[in-house]
Design a protein around this ligand. Structure first.
Ligand code: PLP
Length: 362
């Protein structure tokens, strides 16, 4: 009898996504729930993106432009890089998977900071790689420890800046020193899904290191700041050699046509981006104030979400909040048994979250 499932797939755990509002309401028979569990944009999608989608519905019968020419051209203009160094994917998720699919051979090691976005490990294990966890230091990615953990078997390093779920960021000097000391055959993925939200001027994009470290890949997404999570669109920057390799491995039409036009329009929607940043800043100020009042410990964040320690533990807090119609994310799946993660919502959602939390821990 043949082995049906690949051995490495047997070890995988399905990704635990944020609970959809409809699912909660179906299960508990309640209405008017809110979701602050997936770091989505509480303002909805960029209005310019919505208009672009409406204007392009009649082209749905055609296959998309497999090269995403117009979108990549716009990204090239915005970021000052040649189009050949820009790639797009069905969410940053797909680009993370493509890195593993393109470069990882069975048994090769991948360094992943502790408590990282779960899909790094999923894709590494799914391609038969070896995931090596490197501890954080004070909830921050420890680049020195990662550098020390590199061996001759290390193929890829995943770093998320600012990091999900801690919201902590690393600085220009730390990145610069890390890349300078790294053996030149290690691929570094800097996942910047939340970098637009960072307010600390010491937080910089890896884009400025692309020329000095040829195996650097910088990833971004339209899911957060542009509010397009449902359309699935991530993008990345790398050398010609890296983009050429990943283009060979990807599906020919990996980004659908509506996502392409929506994203291209969203890039021009500066008003929406500004509104999102103001809402996030004000929401965080409110949440910090209220959490201080409740005497709860949290980590000040550079992203649009917040890691909070709860006296009830992650699962219990999550379950009780669900019954109040508030969906947050329990962080036990990230190895943080006593923490929850909540993203900034609309002002009324933030206060609903605080009221529910206050009532369950009372
Ligand atoms: C750190 C990190 N990287 C990547 C992603 C995936 O982004 P996308 O929606 O573009 O697949 C997320 C989504 O939550 C994330 O938190």
């Amino acid at each position: 009898m043949k082995q049906l499932m690949r051995k490495c797939v047997e070890t995988l755990k399905p990704y635990p996504p944020g609970k959809p509002i409809e699912e909660l309401e179906r299960e508990l028979g309640i209405y008017g729930s809110i979701k602050l569990a997936s770091n989505e944009n509480p303002l909805g999608p960029s209005p310019m993106a919505m208009r672009a989608v409406r204007d392009n519905l009649e082209n749905m019968h055609r296959y998309p432009d497999g090269s995403a020419y117009h979108l990549r051209e716009k990204l090239a203009g915005k970021f000052g890089l040649p189009m050949s160094r820009i790639m797009v994917g069905n969410g940053a998720d797909e680009l993370i998977e493509l890195v593993a699919q393109t470069f990882l051979s069975p048994g090769e090691e991948v360094l992943i900071p502790e408590h990282s976005f779960l899909l790094y490990e999923t894709f590494v294990l799914g391609f038969d790689g070896k995931a090596v966890t490197v501890p954080l230091s004070d909830f921050t990615v420890d680049l020195q420890a990662i550098g020390n953990a590199v061996t001759s078997h290390t193929k890829i390093v995943f770093i998320n800046n600012p990091q999900n779920p801690t919201g902590k960021a690393i600085t220009r000097d730390e990145i610069s020193r890390f890349l300078h000391d790294l053996p030149p055959d290690v691929i570094v993925v800097l996942d910047e899904a939340y970098i637009e939200f960072a307010t600390d001027p010491g937080v910089v994009s890896g884009l400025e290191f692309l020329d000095s470290y040829p195996l650097l890949i910088v990833l971004r997404t339209f899911s957060k700041i542009y509010g397009l999570a449902g359309l699935r669109l991530g993008y990345g920057f790398a050398s010609d050699m890296i983009t050429d390799a990943m283009n060979r491995a990807r599906q020919p039409f990996n980004v659908n046509s509506l996502a392409q036009v929506a994203a291209a329009a969203a890039l021009d929607d500066e008003e929406f981006v500004t509104k999102t940043l103001i809402l996030t800043r004000e929401g965080l100020a409110y949440l910090y104030r209220e959490l201080d009042r409740l005497g709860l410990t949290y980590i000040p964040t550079q992203a649009n979400f917040l890691l909070i320690k709860t006296p009830l533990g992650a699962r219990e807090t999550y379950d009780r909040m669900l019954r109040q119609g508030v969906i947050i994310r329990p962080m036990d799946s990230y190895g943080l048994e006593d923490c929850i993660r909540v993203n900034v919502g609309l002002p009324e959602e933030n206060s609903r979250f605080i009221n529910a939390l206050e009532s369950i821990i009372a």
